[in-house]
Design a protein around this ligand. Structure first.
Ligand code: PHE
Length: 346
C-alpha cells in the first residue's frame, strides 16, 4: 500500500469514527465505537500497523497523520462521553425533581372520645379535692355488686338494676361502679377519697337515653366526721365546675339501699336554663347523679367501723353528663364510631 491510498483510507476511517462517536446514544454505544476504531483490533489501529510496510521516507509523515487522527477521535470520544454524562444527570434531576409549590398533605389527627374527655373533666374537678382514681373489674361477683351493698338476693331493690349474668356462677357484668366502694374500703384505710370511673352494663332496651353499656363515675369519701354537708358542698362545686358557676343546683330525697340518707342531685336545665322545656320534662331541672351517706352496713362490709368513720358516695352516668355538656340528644351516637360525629369534640 502506498502513502496516498493509506492516507485516503485513514481519512475515511476518521470520518466514520467521528460519525460513530457523534451518534453514540449512550455510554455503552460509545465504548463500542471507541473499541471498533481505536481498540487493539480496531480499524484505525489495524490500518496504522501497515506503516511499517511503507517506504522508509513516507513513514514519519504517515505516523504524524496517524497520531493526529487517533488524537482527534480520542478527543471526540471524551467530549461525547462528557455530553452523555451531562445528559444523564439532567434526566435524573428531572426525574427526581420535587415541586416545592405542591401544598402539604394534612396529617390526620385523632381526637379524644367525648366520653373519655368527660371522664377526664370529672377526674380533674374531684382531683382538686384530693380524690384519687381507682378501677375495679367489669365482671363482678354477685356478692360485691349487690350483697355487700346491702342488697340481699331476692330483695326487690334488685329491680333497680336489670342484670346481665355471665357463665361463671355468681358472676355478672357490673350494673354500676358501686362495688368499687367495697373494693376500695377493703384495700385501703381511711381517710379515703376515691374516684372510680368505669364501664357498666344493664339488661335494657336501647333508646336515646338508655344503653345496655354505659359509663359511670363513682365517688367515695370516708373519714372521721364526714357529713352530708361535705357531700353537698362538694357536689355544688362539681356542678358549677362542669356547668357554669351561675348554674342552679338542688338536692332531692332519693333511695338507694347502700346509702342512708340518699339524695338525687339536680342542676338547672342546661337547655332552657330552668324555665322548663321538653329536654327537662318541663321541670327546669336535670338529675345528674345519685348520692348519699354510706350505709353503716356497707361500711362494716368494707371493714370499716361505722362508730368511728362516716362516708358519702355518689355515682353519675357519664353519657348523660357528656350529653348535657355538648348538647347531644341521643346517647347512641357515642358508641357508633361515626367520625363525623366524634371529630366535633376537638
Ligand atoms: N350506684 C347507683 C346507680 O347505679 C348510683 C349511686 C352511687 C347512688 C353511689 C348512691 C351512691 O344508680
Amino acid at each position: 500500500m502506498d502513502l496516498g491510498t493509506m492516507t485516503a483510507q485513514l481519512e475515511r476511517l476518521r470520518s466514520d469514527a467521528l460519525d460513530a462517536v457523534a451518534t453514540a446514544a449512550d455510554p455503552a454505544a460509545l465504548d463500542a465505537a471507541q473499541l471498533a476504531f481505536l481498540g487493539r483490533k480496531g480499524a484505525i489501529t489495524e490500518l496504522l500497523r501497515g506503516i511499517g510496510r511503507l517506504p522508509a521516507e513516507d513513514r514519519p509523515r504517515m505516523g504524524a497523520v496517524g497520531n493526529e487522527v487517533r488524537e482527534a477521535v480520542e478527543a471526540a470520544v471524551s467530549e461525547r462521553s462528557r455530553d452523555l454524562r451531562g445528559a444523564a444527570l439532567i434526566a435524573r434531576l428531572a426525574a427526581e425533581a420535587v415541586d416545592v409549590t405542591t401544598p402539604g398533605r394534612r396529617i390526620a389527627r385523632g381526637t379524644r372520645h367525648p366520653i373519655a374527655e368527660t371522664i377526664a373533666a370529672i377526674d380533674e374537678v374531684f382531683g382538686r379535692f384530693g380524690f384519687v382514681v381507682y378501677e375495679g373489674p367489669e365482671v363482678e361477683d354477685d356478692v360485691t355488686n349487690f350483697q355487700m351493698l346491702n342488697i340481699p338476693a331476692d330483695h326487690p331493690a334488685r329491680d333497680l338494676w336489670d342484670t346481665l349474668y355471665v357463665d361463671i356462677p355468681d358472676h355478672l357484668l357490673r350494673t354500676h361502679t358501686s362495688p368499687g366502694q367495697i373494693r376500695v374500703m377493703r384495700e385501703t384505710r381511711p381517710p379515703i377519697r376515691a374516684l372510680l370511673p368505669g364501664r357498666c352494663f344493664r339488661y335494657e332496651a336501647v333508646d336515646a337515653s338508655h344503653g345496655f353499656e354505659f359509663f359511670q363515675v363513682e365517688g367515695l369519701m370516708v373519714d372521721e366526721g364526714t357529713s352530708l354537708a361535705d357531700l353537698k358542698g362538694l357536689l355544688e362545686e362539681f356542678g358549677h365546675a362542669l356547668f357554669g358557676v351561675g348554674r342552679a343546683t338542688r338536692f332531692r330525697p332519693g333511695y338507694y339501699p347502700f346509702t342512708e340518707p340518699s339524695v338525687a342531685f339536680d342542676v338547672g336545665c342546661v337547655v332552657c336554663d330552668g324555665s322548663g322545656c321538653p329536654a327537662c320534662g318541663r321541670t327546669g331541672w336535670m338529675t345528674i347523679l345519685g348520692a348519699g351517706m354510706v350505709h353503716p352496713v356497707v361500711l362494716r362490709n368494707g371493714g370499716i367501723d361505722p362508730e368511728r368513720y362516716q362516708g358519702f358516695a355518689f355515682g353519675m352516668g357519664v353519657e348523660r353528663i357528656a350529653m348535657l355538656r355538648h348538647g347531644v340528644h341521643d346517647l347512641r351516637l357515642f358508641m357508633e364510631n361515626d367520625l363525623r360525629f366524634l371529630e366535633q369534640f376537638r
